[in-house]
Design a binder for this molecule. Sequence first.
Ligand code: GLC
Length: 437
Amino acid sequence: MSTTPLIDQAISVLRHNDTGIFTKPGPHQYPHQWNWDSALIALGLSHFDLPRAQTEIRALLSGQWRDGMVPSVVYHSAPSDYFPTPAFWQIENSSAAPDIPTTGITQPPLLATVVRMIDDRHSVPDFVREVYPALLRWHRWLHTDRDADGSALACIIHPWESGTDDSPRWLRLFEAIHPEALPEFQRGDTRHVAATERPNRAEYERFIYLIDLFRKRNYEPSELLKHSPFLAQDVLFNAILFRADEDLRALAKSLGEPTDEIDGWLDRVRINFNTRFWDERVGLYYDYDVREKESILVNTASTFLPLFAGLASREQAQRLIDEHLLNPGEYAVGGDVHHWVTTTAKNELTWEARRYWRGPVWVIMNWFIMEGLRRYGYDDLAEIIRQDTLGLIEGAGFREYYDPRNGSGCGSTEFSWSAALTLELAMNFFDGEATFH
Ligand code: GLC
C-alpha cells in the first residue's frame, strides 16, 4: 500500500482541526482540548511542524491545577455546543488555575511518553527543561493524591478518567450507584453522532451524577478518595502511568535531575501491578474495584496494555497473545469479524459492534497493542495489525472508531488522533528494536 496520499490527508485533518494553540479532537463533537488526545496530536504534529507540537503541549499544561492535576479537558475560550459546559464543573473553589476553564478530573497520563519520543527523535533539551517540572508534579499528584492504599497505583474516580468512557468494565460499579437527584442537563454528544454509537442513558446519568458529587466537594482529592462511589484501579491507566514514569525518569536523567522519587514509584508499581491485576487462572489482567475490594472480571483490550508498559513477564505476554489476542472467540480476526482489534472481547455479553468502547476498533488501542507487541518481539503480528489499521483508515477515513465486522466508520469524522497515529504508523513504526528484556 502506498501511504503517501494517506499522510497528506492526515496532515490536512490536523491542520483543519487546529485552532492555533490547540487542536480539536474532532471538528464538531470535541471542540476543546482533550488531555491524552493532545499528547498524541503533538506526536503527530512533530512529524511535520515541531514548533506547533510544542505549542500544543504548552496549551495543555496551561490548564494544570495548583495541586498538580492536568485536567481531562482545557476549554480555552472556544465557544461551542459541547456539554458539559465549563460552568457545569463549578471549579471556582478548587485548586484549578485561576481563570482557565477546565474539567475537574484527569485522563491517562500519556504526555511524558510523548515528550520523550519527541525528544529522542528531534532533541529538544530546552523544551524538556521547560515542561519537566509540570510533568513531575502531575505524576506526583497521581501517585499520592490518587493513591488509596499505599500501593502507588493510581485510582480513577470517574469512567471518563479511563479514557474508555462506557467500557463494560465499569458496568458493575455503576450498578451500585443510584443517582438520586440529578442536576438539570442536556446531552450534547448525540447531536453530531448517532445515539446508537454513544453511551446509553443509564451510564450517562451516572457520569453526570458523579460530577455533581465531586463539585459539591470542591474536587478536594482526599474527600474524593474517601467518598467517590466510583473508585477503581484501572489496568490501562496504571500501565500508561508506569510507562510514563519510565519516560519521565529518562527525561530527568537527560536533564541531570534527581530520580529517587520516580524510582520509588517505579519500584512500588512494579511489585504491586501484577499482584493486583494479573489473574493466573485465566491469563488476563483485570481492573480492580477499590470500594468492593474485588477484581472486575471483564475481558477488554486494556488487558494488553501491560505489554506497552513492559510490565508483563515473557510468560504472561505469551499467554495474553496465545490465549486471548489470537483466540478467534475473543480478539482474533476471522469468521464474521474482519478487523483488528475489538476493544471488548467478542464473547463478553455486553459486546456491541458500533457502540463506543463496547466493541469498536479504536486506532489508539491498536497503537498501544502494536507498540507492546514490538516491545516483546512479536513484530510480525504488530505488522499485520499495522496494515489492517491503515487499511481501515484508507477505507473509511479518519474516524473516531470502526465497526470491527465490516470496517465502516463510527463516531466523529476527521478525528485528530486517528490522523496523528496514521503519521506514526506510516512514517515511524519500524525504527526500533524490541526493548523488553
Ligand atoms: C471520548 C473518549 C476519550 C477522548 C475524548 C476526546 O470522551 O472516550 O478517550 O479523549 O472522547 O476525543
